[in-house]
Design a protein around this ligand. Structure first.
Ligand code: ADP
Length: 315
């Protein structure tokens, strides 16, 4: 069983333009409008692959109602809490050269009261399962509490023990605070830029990433996947290090590829697949997402085909 958590879902609009000119009228045809949120995207991916998924989080205002309605059509169960404010809009403009410009609203604030309700909902869910679920905490939250995820990790470990695998796909201060604490997540997936920010070093290549995998902040995190876009990824699984090599593909829209990657990992861990198979699923899901216009969506046929084209080089 998989639970994905999204503390700031959005209504996303993606506008495809020929060129994007600042200060000018930019026309677009065939915009995509869809619900967004890292945990929702990861949950969708895991559910498409055949996982039993529940996705939860918070929704607010009219946009929240719209999102709730849209989520009813999805392949997962939902447990969303209504809070004060308005769920956010996020706008992406993608031009012919695949340059992406984004405008993202802040979203409703996660107050101390809401923090507690979210934690209780996660704990209730875990209690209802026969086996320890995979819990994926994904994405940013509009909160003044930079220790929000660190506190969730502490509370979840305290109440649920180590039978529950907690995955985090977060960045910035929240990730730093999580990794500077004694209770570590089972899995993290920073992209190369997020890893660079985490360790305060300018990293531009997989070699740079590999050379910094012994950073103290990654110590005791059992499974670290640093995704490198079209260059694949570098993985650290306990004492093993893998250069994860992917084939070149003609991408359509890579937005949400990282979320699909996390969905692939959640599915594979829930199925108790080997680390090698898990990495293949992770990459195939990221790539399959990049082959779709839709965000956070994978095609099962593409995943199956791409999975066999991933090369794992143990270092
Ligand atoms: P994020 O979306 O979190 O920034 P990445 O851009 O690193 O994450 O993408 C996650 C994964 O998606 C990559 O490891 C890769 O498998 C796949 N992917 C992303 N961009 C491309 C691309 N241009 N070509 C092929 N695969 C891609």
């Amino acid at each position: 069983m998989i639970l994905t958590v999204t503390l700031n879902p959005s209504m996303d609009s993606i506008y495809f333009t020929d060129t994007f000119v600042l200060g000018a009228m930019n026309r677009c045809s065939n915009p995509i409008k869809a619900v967004g949120g890292k945990g929702i995207n990861a949950g969708r991916t895991a559910a498409i692959l055949g996982g039993k998924v529940t996705t939860m989080g918070v929704l607010a205002g009219k946009n929240g109602e719209l999102i709730r309605h849209e989520l009813e059509q999805e392949p997962f169960k939902t447990k969303f809490i209504s809070i004060f404010g308005e769920s956010r809009n996020a706008v992406t403009v993608m031009d012919r050269e695949k340059n992406q410009t984004e405008i993202v609203e802040l979203g409703p604030e996660i107050t101390a009261d809401t923090e507690k309700i979210i934690l209780d909902t996660i704990l209730d869910f875990a209690d209802e399962q026969n086996e320890g679920p995979i819990i994926a905490l994904c994405g940013s939250a509009n909160t003044k509490n930079d220790y929000l995820y660190q506190e969730y990790l502490l509370q979840l470990r305290d109440k649920l023990g180590t039978k529950v695998k907690i995955l985090t796909d977060i960045s910035g201060k929240q990730l730093k605070n999580v990794l500077n604490n004694s209770v570590k997540p089972y899995f993290i997936k920073p992209n190369i830029q997020e890893f660079s920010d985490l360790i305060d070093l300018p990293l531009t290549s997989k070699i740079d990433v590999i050379n910094n995998l012994n950073h103290p902040m990654l110590k005791e995190v059992p499974f670290v996947l640093i995704s490198c876009g079209g260059d694949g990824a570098v993985a650290k699984y306990h004492d093993q290090i893998f250069d994860v090599i992917i084939p070149t593909i003609d991408i359509i829209n890579p937005t949400g590829s990282g979320d699909a990657t996390v969905g692939g990992v959640a599915f594979a861990l829930d199925q108790n697949f080997s680390i090698e198979e898990t990495l293949r699923y992770a990459m195939a899901c990221g790539m399959s997402n990049a082959l779709e216009q839709a965000v956070g969506y994978v095609s099962i046929e593409n995943v199956e085909t791409l999975k066999n084209q991933i090369i794992l080089k143990e270092i």
